[in-house]
Design a protein around this ligand. Structure first.
Ligand SMILES: Nc1ncnc2c1ncn2[C@@H]1O[C@H](COP(=O)(O)OP(=O)(O)OP(=O)(O)O)[C@@H](O)[C@H]1O
Ligand SMILES: [Mg+2]
Length: 368
């Protein structure tokens, strides 16, 4: 290949600064979505990020970029262009201090216990990993950590010394980097922590983990909206929260308390997920065991996105008990498809939110 490599690279960047990523309508350079440009004797290789790796117009976009690159630098004959998941960094001062290598942090929360937070957290994490994201998951439920069981992990994390500091190495399972407060406390030992104590312990614990680079770090939050939850949502640098509810009115009232709590500490609610929405009978009919449309009601009342409705199914409970998330055990099931769709929406919503925070003319900058 003829020509100066540096000039070629600059030309590629010039081209990509004028072509928009189609979902975010912002150019690839501003989004920091150029993952790699490399040149060998024969070929120019470009790796780009994209918000939706299933985007239908990908082939057309690839052709457009390759043509523009060749027009700008006629000496180039062969161009290889690949796309993988592009994740926009959430700019946040607190996050930069506590978790500098983590792009986005999301709390999975509910006003009430037992609605499926942990189940949703492990399945969302597993789908995110499959989509090509680097994912961490923290079991922040100091009252009853359950994520290690749901992911079939029974070993403890290793401690390493880096630059004189002790760091915890998260355990990787199904491509998810897992850390749980349960790794550090004895099984069945009841924790009687007050809010500030739990908060500082959790903060310290999170900072001591060797996460390395992560696109998303999910927190499985303790249930409720009390003192401890409020302190946590205030202390943790959060990109947003996802609220889990079941369809009953009573559960919904609690879910709304969760939404109000996050609002109070300036953490945006990315959406609500209705779990145990219905039972799918063998004949395909839906049985609304716990009532109908609760998640939708909350979505309308509070103007938050309804991210999905997950059916109730023995397979989901079994998967949790066996330590294999349903999205891995049965990726083609109806339940898994709901998780897939939720993840795609979350990825897009978070990227859009981070892009809108990038604009210099926003008057309210969320700085939680
Ligand atoms: N859609 C579902 N269908 C069937 N079982 C479910 C479903 N969602 C969750 N479960 C089961 O319900 C129980 C409670 O779920 P999970 O532990 O995820 O809730 P949680 O909100 O994290 O609870 P806690 O508040 O105690 O942390 C588990 O046994 C789980 O396997
Ligand atoms: Mg839980």
């Amino acid at each position: 290949m003829k020509g100066n490599y540096k000039v070629i690279k600059q030309n590629v960047k010039d081209v990509l600064s004028k072509i928009n990523e189609p979902i975010l309508n912002k150019d690839f350079v501003s989004l920091d979505f150029i993952k790699n440009i490399s040149i060998n004797e024969k070929e120019l290789n470009i790796a780009l990020g994209i918000t939706d790796i299933h985007y239908k117009g990908l082939d057309k976009l690839r052709d457009e970029i390759i043509k523009a690159v060749k027009d700008k630098t006629p000496s180039i004959e062969d161009v290889e262009l690949g796309f993988s998941l592009g994740v926009v960094n959430h700019k946040n001062k607190k996050k930069a201090e506590l978790l500098p290598e983590v792009k986005n942090t999301i709390a999975i929360a509910s006003g009430k216990g037992g609605v499926g937070k942990s189940t949703v957290a492990v399945n969302l994490a597993a789908v995110l990993a499959r989509e090509g994201a680097s994912v961490g998951l923290i079991d922040a439920d100091i009252y009853g950590p359950s994520i290690p069981l749901m992911l079939g992990v029974n070993k403890k994390p290793q401690l390493v010394q880096i630059e004189g500091k002790n760091r915890l190495v998260p355990i990787t399972q199904y491509g998810i980097k897992l850390m749980s407060i349960g790794f550090l406390i004895e099984k069945d030992s009841a924790l009687v922590w007050r809010g500030p104590m739990a908060s500082s312990a959790l903060k310290q614990f999170i900072a001591d983990v060797l996460w390395e680079e992560l696109d998303y770090l999910l927190y499985d939050m303790p249930p409720g909206t009390g003192d401890i939850q409020l302190t946590l949502s205030q202390t943790l640098p959060l990109t947003g929260a996802i609220i889990i509810t079941t369809p009953q009115d009573i559960a919904l009232a609690d879910a709304r308390k969760g939404y109000i709590m996050f609002n109070k500490v300036n953490v945006p609610t990315l959406g609500v997920i209705e779990n145990m929405s219905y039972y799918l009978k063998p004949d395909g009919e839906k049985d609304y065991i716990f009532g109908k449309g609760g998640g939708e009601k909350m979505s309308k009342a509070d103007n938050v996105k309804l991210l999905g409705e997950i059916p109730i199914n023995t397979k989901i409970r079994e998967s949790g008990d066996e330590g294999v998330p349903i999205v891995i055990r049965e990726p083609e099931s109806v339940e898994s498809k709901v998780f897939d769709s939720i993840v795609r929406t979350v990825i897009t919503e978070v990227n859009k939110k981070n892009v809108s925070d990038m604009q210099p003319n926003v008057d309210i900058i969320m700085d939680n």
